[in-house]
Write a protein that binds this ligand. Structure first.
Ligand code: C2E
Ligand code: MG
Ligand code: MG
Ligand code: MG
Length: 280
């Protein structure tokens, strides 16, 4: 019986892998068309200061597949990375985000920024800085209105070149945030060498902060360290009032999560902003 069960498990496992492979190949082909036919959309999620002021918005890409419906970026970004399609997609994202932000800017405090996620391939391309500058010029978005989010992984390999690029970005006035902070297996001391402005603590640590004292200790440690290094701290994935209160008690600077607002289409964001800026 055990043997039979093992075989069944193996069979489902193999089916599972086959299914995933087929899905990947299909998605890869479909991505090409999606880029040409503009099947992508950006949703925006607000970032709020501890005091509740809007600090900016993160642009999050969505793929409205003509037959499969909405596909998560967690699924298609890695495929686009593998195939190099990420370059064209990222270019579209940057332009769209810049134009949308410029539409909102007249009603926003001047310190607000639009946050855009960078992919490793994009960041490591020799033409990255030039092409980013060209996009800023073409759209009219000021570098001081842009924040780029990079994961620890991007910065771990090829460190010297990466640090040079970061310096150049900051020289331009672009803000740099380390995304998903704490998941990258890197020692915290490397932060000292990086010219960055912010760390975004990964959602997985925020999740259990209210009922797991170990996660709470990690978050407390990250915040204390970041503040010593004069970095701002963002908590991602804040879903409950309890989490918010605990993070506020730890002096976390900025909050992002479903508790405040979900990522939303641009038109919805405009409505949300009207309500939210009333008090300011
Ligand atoms: P990320 O940059 O860490 O983005 C945060 C993710 O957490 C988003 O998922 C967001 O919808 C989700 N989130 C925000 N608040 C909450 C919350 O309170 N609870 C929960 N459970 N989730 C929350 P999303 O939009 O599915 O994006 C996933 C990842 O895909 C992003 O993680 C980012 O790494 C990548 N991504 C998204 N858009 C882009 C893009 O334009 N370019 C690149 N290179 N990557 C992107
Ligand atoms: Mg991000
Ligand atoms: Mg993140
Ligand atoms: Mg994350």
């Amino acid at each position: 019986k055990a043997k039979q069960q093992g075989r069944n498990t193996l069979q489902t496992f193999t089916q599972d892998i086959n299914q995933k492979l087929t899905q990947r190949v299909t998605l890869r082909n479909d991505l090409q068309e999606a880029i040409l036919n503009e099947q992508f959309e950006l949703h925006y999620q607000p970032l709020l200061t501890r005091g509740g002021q809007v600090q900016g918005f993160e642009a999050l890409v969505r793929w409205n597949h003509p037959s499969k419906g909405a596909i998560s970026p967690v699924l298609f970004i890695p495929i686009a990375e593998e195939t190099g399609q990420i370059i064209a997609l990222s270019q579209w994202v940057m332009e769209r985000a810049a134009r949308d932000f410029l539409t909102l800017q007249p009603q926003l405090p001047s310190y607000c920024r639009i946050s855009v996620n960078l992919s490793p391939m994009q960041f490591h391309r020799p033409s990255f800085l030039n092409s980013l500058t060209a996009t800023l010029n073409a759209t009219g978005l000021s570098a001081t209105s842009l924040e780029l989010e990079l994961t620890e992984g991007i910065l771990m390999n090829d460190t010297d070149a990466a640090i040079d690029t970061l310096h150049a970005l900051r020289e331009m006035g672009i803000s740099i945030a380390i995304d998903d902070f704490g998941t990258g297996f890197s020692s915290l001391s490397y932060l000292r060498h990086l010219p960055v402005d912010k760390v975004k603590i990964d959602r997985s640590f925020i999740n259990n902060i209210a009922n797991n004292s170990k996660d709470a200790a990690i978050v407390q440690g990250i915040i204390a360290l970041a503040h010593h290094l004069e970095l701002a701290v963002v908590a991602e994935g804040v879903e409950t009032l309890e989490q918010q209160q605990q993070l506020a008690a730890l002096n976390c600077d900025v909050f992002q999560g479903y508790l405040f607002a979900r990522p939303m289409p641009f038109e919805t964001l405009q409505v949300w902003l009207k309500d939210h800026l009333k008090g300011d």
